[in-house]
Design a protein around this ligand. Sequence first.
Ligand code: XMP
Length: 220
Amino acid sequence: MWKQHSGIMLALDVENRAQAFRLLDLIGEDCDAIKFNYPLVLREGLSIVTEVKNRCKKPILCDFKVADVPVTNDRIIRICGEAGADGVMVHGFIGMDALQSAVQVAGNTALFLVTQMTNPGGLDFTAQFTDEFAAMARTFGLAGVQAPGNRPEVVRHVRKIIGPDMMIVCCGIGAQGGKFGAAIEAGATFEIIGRAIYDAKDPVAKVAEIKAATRPFIKS
Ligand code: XMP
């Protein structure tokens, strides 16, 4: 399901459905997985997740950073799974009871836990708990964690905590300063890349550039 080939998880944060499908037609094949965030889904509805899933046959991650009480988290995870999402991102600070409940409801839907935000403010609060979040994700047997790709040393550290088998997905690459390939070199499974691709003059050429940078570190 979550196979690493190019190492690219596309952040599909474009304005609307037409732009989404235009981009996917151009570079979708070269992406290992597709990540949705709120803006596109709020504009087009959750049905776009189902549509993209049916058309692209790629793993889909709903990066909804779920951070509520268990009853609500669990509903969000269930609804995403029913819409075709293969994974959902949750925050670590929801605590153990909420995470346990999420794991129970998730079933085949992979859960990913945020360990540290990529923006400068990620160092204000989340960084102090990165180790605990990573350890908690491992303890609860989650599919993976998110780590900041613009801080490869943190990715390397998180990999040590969670061991070799769980996935690490990294934002912070390209537009947020991280170098293409650096997170995968540090132990990530996928580099989440949005603006660097969809804002590029030539997204096809940009993806070729990214693949050239990740290739030396791809294991499969
Ligand atoms: P860009 O355009 O910066 O898109 O390549 C990155 C995508 O990832 C989201 N993002 C994050 N998600 N933890 C996350 O779980 C983070 O620290 C983080 N930083 C960025 C961002 O919203 C966009 O969808």
